[in-house]
Ligand binder design. Structure first.
Ligand code: VG1
Ligand code: CO
Length: 543
């Protein structure tokens, strides 16, 4: 027996979605009415009656319970059908693909991405549109507004659906199709990349380490890299998704993927290393003894994408988020392509991809992707690298070295100051914004400011305007410092300081990035008075 009930509720403060969906501490999400209020607000805004949605998540703690709640609410709100990854598992890019492949009305992804998972860590929910991409700002604002007004939600009283069993299930009058989370995604990858060439490279002794950080890409990586491409068994490590990610912080960067870094810089390093994040949309790539910064990775992928069958006809354009280095712009200019600079967050790439203005997009935060889905895609980037390596038959180090000689080098680093007191962070930004008009022409120990503003973006497709997207300070000679507050953190505020310096001289190309950037770092600290405002002189994560 199933029965729809209407549950009285009241708004719960603070359900404001950030850079990508709503993220909170797990106990908050598990609190009375919290998840339900947000999910009902989504359905109230997008409408559920007669619609088909995709549902899945990164497998973190509460993923399985939340999936059952969302299914019952979808049924109670009149949805016709929900396609769910087996075990309620779907990587973010795989969910994006399923939304598009099945021409659905969108999807709900349960993830807090790179934030740690567990009973006292983070949980998250985001809605993706029928194009497969994150809901744009107008939609997330409408959902937020709804959470401030909500008085009731609808819930079907029913037994759990067996999400372990692939096949068709019934929930009230709604159909639930449980699908293999990997197969459609893997098939898409086979259409884009030269699998035979990569297989031949592995057969020839090429060695790789893939670290899934106990998060969602494990099953995808094992199936694609080991089963389909013939990488040696054991290439993929931490390949079983765990509710607490095995205690790991599934953020693929040199700090959190330290074991991978140590191996790649160690005595018996494999040829290629990669890691991905909680929900599988981020990637880090490392060569033997050489780290590839995400901004450089984007530029190298864009410059060489034509070597993969899916991009053999060339690119339509290249887009990067504002804080990402200009390395990709140099490639676009050399190839005669349009390039775009968007605010942080993948949702801003959606219109450019839909309109055919860009083919490849990237963010400095270890996110790269293309028009094959509408999310960034960790394994996609790793496979494109493998495809390029297989065709060029060169090492990662050689490819990077040649790239810098051809295009110049944008030294780049991001410094994160986490868990700052929110009021102090806000005060720092208020002062910084107030100082902007007077910065031009000022000299900070030899670093002369040529331009300073608060980044605003007008979408070239729909004309929507997004303001206050980060403070940028440009210096003479092409250096830059960008200041932003994170929109994905769940504890206090996080200051992100993005640093860049451009060089072309052959003798300047192989410095250590932190020392190459030292003058920019000093100037940035002076300009924003970081220590005075936050009490911090050093960042706690450097990427
Ligand atoms: C961070 C990154 C941003 C990325 C976002 C979501 O946002 O800086 O580039 O799009 O995370 O990525 P913020 O607001 O904390 O700087 V994912 O993989 O966490 O969904
Ligand atoms: Co992610």
């Amino acid at each position: 027996m199933t029965q729809i009930t209407t549950v009285a509720t009241q708004p719960i403060a603070g359900q404001k979605p950030g850079t990508s969906g709503l993220r909170k501490k797990t106990p908050v999400f598990m609190g009375r009415h919290y998840l339900e209020n947000f999910v009902q607000s989504i359905f109230d805004v997008v409408g559920a009656a007669g619609k088909t949605f995709v549902l899945g998540g990164d497998g973190r703690y509460f993923n399985d319970r939340a999936a059952q709640v969302i299914l019952r609410m979808a049924a109670a709100n009149g949805a016709a059908r929900v396609i769910v990854g087996q075990g309620a598992i779907l990587s973010t890019p795989a969910a994006s693909h399923l939304i598009r492949l099945n021409k659905t009305d969108g999807g709900i992804i349960m993830s807090a991405s790179h934030n740690p998972g567990g009973p006292n860590e983070d949980f998250g929910v985001k809605f993706n549109m029928p194009n497969g991409g994150p809901a744009p700002e107008g939609m997330t604002e409408a959902m937020y507004k709804r959470t401030t007004e909500i008085t009731e939600y609808r819930m079907l009283e029913a037994q759990d659906v067996d999400l372990g069993a692939i096949g068709r299930h019934q929930l009230g009058s709604m159909v639930v199709d449980v699908v293999d989370p990997v197969s459609d995604y893997a098939a898409l990858m086979e259409t884009l990349f030269d699998f035979p060439a990569i297989r031949a490279m592995f057969a020839g002794g090429f060695r790789m380490r893939m670290d899934s950080m106990c998060a969602v890409t494990g099953p995808y990586a094992v199936e694609i890299l080991e089963n389909r491409l013939g990488a040696a068994k054991g290439t993929c490590v931490n390949a079983t998704p765990l509710p607490d990610f095995g205690g790991m912080h599934p953020d693929p960067n040199p700090t959190w993927a330290k074991a991978l870094m140590d191996e790649m810089f160690g005595p018996d390093a494999p040829d290629f290393g990669a890691a991905s994040d909680g929900d599988g949309d981020r990637n880090m790539v490392v060569g033997r003894g050489i780290y590839v910064s995400p901004s450089d990775s984007l530029a190298v992928l864009a410059a060489n994408a034509h070597l993969a069958p899916g991009y053999a006809k060339g690119l339509k354009g290249i887009a990067r988020s504002m804080p990402t280095s200009a390395a990709a712009d140099r490639v676009a200019e050399a190839l005669g392509l349009h390039h775009y600079e968007t605010p942080t967050g993948w949702k801003f790439f959606g219109n450019l991809l839909d309109a055919g203005k860009a083919t490849i997009c990237g963010e400095e935060s270890f996110g790269t992707g293309s028009d094959h889905v509408r999310e960034k895609d960790g394994l996609w980037a790793i496979l494109l690298w493998l495809n390029i390596l297989a065709v060029k038959q060169e090492s990662v180090a050689k490819i990077l070295h040649d790239h810098f000689h051809r295009f110049g080098r944008n030294y780049y680093s991001r410094h994160d100051f986490e868990a700052i007191d929110t009021a102090r962070a806000d005060a720092m930004f208020a002062d910084l914004r107030a100082a902007l008009p007077g910065l031009k022409g000022r000299d900070f120990d030899g670093m002369v400011v040529t331009h300073a503003d608060d980044f605003a973006y007008t979408d070239p497709v729909d004309g929507s305007v997004s303001t206050r997207q980060g403070v940028r300070v440009l210096f003479d000679g092409g250096s830059r410092a960008v200041f932003r507050l994170s929109g994905t953190g769940t504890e206090g505020a996080t200051l992100r300081l993005y640093l860049e310096r451009f060089v072309t001289g052959p003798d300047e190309l192989s410095e250590e990035p932190q020392s190459a950037l030292a003058p920019v770092i000093r100037a940035a600290h002076q300009i924003a008075a970081i220590a005075e405002h936050t009490g911090r002189t050093e960042p706690n994560v450097v990427t």
